[in-house]
Design a protein around this ligand. Structure first.
Ligand SMILES: Nc1ncnc2c1ncn2[C@@H]1O[C@H](COP(=O)(O)OP(=O)(O)OP(=O)(O)O)[C@@H](O)[C@H]1O
Length: 237
């Protein structure tokens, strides 16, 4: 009798956080996050007051910071507890990050900034083709690929940062307050481009912003204070 071969199922959960605790140092308060699960395709608007810990949480999810307690799984793989080199590899392959300041390398060209992300994820020769495809979808002209990142406007830098974050078709995109330097029209155009690209690839998005106007782009809104509690340090006198 022939039995149907069942393909290995891909995980539906992108992130699973359990019993997480993180403090910047022994004198600092700890962020405590008992549980947070994020399913594939969710688009989450994460908000909360200044200093509440939104960037800290994104950095933990990106594996840039490592919790002292608890675990973070990425696509069912241990992420926070694996070796640094393994975490760097998983981040490069599965996570795109857009930082507040975009963090482009100023003296490198636009194309080289994007190529660098593809290189870390060990993408082959097709990376340039993907890069140009993304630049077109983000409505940037071809000539800009050879320009140094330092010569771009804020709006252009922002779109290049998105292209760099999406070049490896990540399952998870983490975006930290990227629209603060833009006027209302540029901001709305940027949000539409970003979310259309994520829709096309079913990318899971966690988007941090103070701007309540941006919340309307997201069906799911999460207040950081609902997720995280703050534990004061034990002071030794
Ligand atoms: N590198 C660091 N070392 C020590 N403390 C830090 C560090 N980075 C952030 N913090 C502290 O952690 C807390 C949370 O900061 P975080 O930047 O995550 O907040 P946020 O919610 O993103 O704030 P904002 O909305 O103003 O960007 C703050 O009290 C901040 O002072």
């Amino acid at each position: 009798m022939l039995t149907a071969k069942i393909p290995p199922s891909s995980p539906t959960q992108v992130i699973c956080v359990e019993h997480l605790e993180y403090a910047y140092n022994k004198q600092a308060p700890s962020f405590v996050l008992p549980k947070w699960q994020i399913e594939k395709g969710q688009r989450i608007f994460l908000h909360g007051p200044s200093g509440a810990g939104k960037t800290t949480l994104l950095n933990l999810l990106a594996g840039i910071l490592v919790p002292q307690q608890g675990t973070i799984h990425l696509l069912d793989k241990p992420f926070s507890t694996c070796r640094d080199s393994q975490r760097d590899k998983l981040r490069a392959q599965h996570i795109g990050v857009v930082f507040q300041q975009f963090n482009l390398i100023a003296h490198l060209s636009v194309l080289d900034n994007i190529r660098l992300a593809a290189y870390f994820a060990k993408q082959g020769k097709q990376a340039d083709e993907h890069a140009f495809d993304l630049l077109h979808k983000l409505q940037l002209p071809d000539y800009i690929a050879s320009q140094p990142a330092s010569s771009l406007s804020i709006g252009q830098q922002q779109r290049v940062a998105i292209a760099r974050a999406l070049i490896n078709a990540p399952e998870l995109l983490l975006v930290d307050e990227p629209t603060s330097a833009l006027d209302a029209n540029a901001r709305d155009a940027f949000m539409s481009l970003l979310l259309n690209l994520c829709e096309a690839h079913n990318t899971t998005v966690i988007f941090v912003s103070h701007d309540p106007q941006l919340a309307s782009y997201f069906s799911q809104k999460v207040a950081l204070q609902e997720l995280v509690t703050i534990k004061e340090p034990n002071h030794v006198v």
